[in-house]
Design a protein around this ligand. Sequence first.
Ligand code: ZN
Length: 85
Amino acid sequence: MNTSVLVVVLFALCLIYYMWRRIRPSLNHLSEEDVDDFLANRLNETALKNAREHLLRCDECKEKLDEHTRKVQKMKPDRLLKRRF
Ligand SMILES: [Zn+2]
């Protein structure tokens, strides 16, 4: 009886661990850098997928993305100037 309880507990732990690993990346809020990379299309496939999944669920990061988009649009002339000089 002890052994079967142990097996069930181990199985449950593995399941939780597996689910946690799958869910965790999209639970983290996007950092400023992530948002920047996301907008500039610099994220790799996995990161992009995680970011998209997160954005579907998180209004906070959606807002951050909007804000960033506005900021980037405002900053564009500056960036071009910096690049030129
Ligand atoms: Zn978020």
